[in-house]
Ligand binder design. Sequence first.
Ligand code: ZN
Length: 218
Amino acid sequence: MTYTHAFLDGTACDLPPRKIVCVGRNYAAHARELGNAVPETPILFMKPATALVPLVGGFSIPAGRGECHHETEITLLIGRQLKHAGEAECLAAIAGIGLGLDLTLRDLQNELKKKGQPWEVAKAFDGAAPLSAFLRPEGFDLDDLRFTLAVNGEVRQCGHSADMITPVLPLLAHISTIFTLEPGDVVMTGTPEGVAPLRVGDVLTLEMDGLKVESAVL
Ligand code: ZN
């Protein structure tokens, strides 16, 4: 299915789908569950625009490439260019807040990590970033966003943005010192603990204040 950025309120979004900047290990409990150290500076990686697919209507996962894990993450739609930006500028540049999955071929990622090779084939493949539509950011406290993922009716992941090691605005400011963020880019802010493999036929419910998305693995 072709992906375009969309707002939940149905208003038009003319921001083009572009790169996705992701942060690894931004929640201490998740770093621990995978046996990783908590990083001192954010671990950044990217997915290309071709990774974007809508969550609504369901998505597919690669077959025959080992376990594909869900990582449920708060997503930020960038509305203005950010380059060496301060936190106030970053706040003003957030055009939308949503939820998404940083799909990860975990077996493959573990092999790549062991060999010291980059993660892209495990995290940046076509369809690796199913996203919800975005809420308008007005009225939301970025440090008090709670979100959950339920799979087949069972809650698997519960996150609270207050638990982020690098909170949203310092994270955007840091990213903007390395990668210029452009209108239409998305930032995925890291996953809380509870990552697990997805299977074809799984029914997913992602929720945050003001947002509830039903999806499925097709
Ligand atoms: Zn992630």
